[in-house]
Design a protein around this ligand. Structure first.
Ligand code: AMP
Length: 214
């Protein structure tokens, strides 16, 4: 199975891709997580992406596409969910060509639909582990500010500060909404209202994917 998850920041792409990935043995591939890892390890790619990441701007296509192309080379034959890619129409067109070259079929692009007010509510309570990058809601964590996975420290994400969030939401509207329309025109789009808890939304995604495949 090969899936793309699309949606505004804080729509739950990361959480849902983890849940679906566990259930169907897929690899969740987040370009945001990959870029932050490059930055933390100070690789050449991380240094090139640094100024964009620190100002919450989209990293240029040639950097992100190249990073993903390397990942595809190293993970041939695998099943995956892309979270946070494609974010622009040119990335979407590049992905279509790249998959065709590799004889990979995209099963669906899932668009997670969440109201702006709900997104704002979510970013107000979202935290991220400074060691393993896990993103979660503060009220779901039982042991204070300690990561449930690795015991690292949980902190608010800098790019969730309200002004940064507004900029990222604007990028979503300007750059990623056309990607959603692109997949709708190709007949690959599945829309899911993603306002419930992650387990409920995951079940809705599964139902809509199995309805699509029939
Ligand atoms: P995310 O964790 O998906 O919110 O991504 C964090 C940051 O990584 C974004 O604000 C962008 O700077 C960068 N990024 C992630 N994915 C992409 C992409 N597909 N295209 C360009 N920049 C990206």
């Amino acid at each position: 199975m090969h899936l793309v998850f699309l949606g505004p920041p804080a729509s739950g792409k990361g959480t849902l891709s983890q849940l679906l990935a566990e259930k169907f043995e897929l690899i969740p591939v987040s370009t945001g997580v990959m870029l932050r890892q490059h930055l933390a390890e100070e690789t050449e790619l991380g240094l090139k992406a640094s100024k964009y990441l620190s100002s919450s701007r989209l990293v240029p296509d040639e950097i992100v596409n190249g990073m993903l192309s390397d990942w595809f080379d190293q993970n041939q034959e695998s099943n995956w969910i892309l979270d946070g890619f494609p974010r622009t129409l040119s990335q979407a067109r590049w992905l279509t060509d790249e998959l065709a070259k590799r004889s990979i079929t995209l099963d669906a692009a899932v668009s997670l639909e969440v109201s702006y007010d709900e997104l704002l509510r979510r970013i107000g309570r979202r935290v991220q582990c400074d060691q393993c990058g896990l993103t979660t809601a503060l009220d779901l964590v039982e042991n204070g500010l300690h990561c449930p996975e690795c015991d690292g420290t949980l902190r608010p994400r800098i790019d969730d500060a309200e002004e940064r969030f507004k900029k990222r939401y604007q990028d979503f509207t300007d750059e990623t909404v056309p990607v959603i329309e692109y997949y709708a025109e190709r007949g690959d789009l599945t829309k899911v209202v993603a306002e419930g808890n992650p387990t409920e939304v995951c079940a809705m995604v599964e139902r809509s994917l199995s309805a699509e495949s029939q």
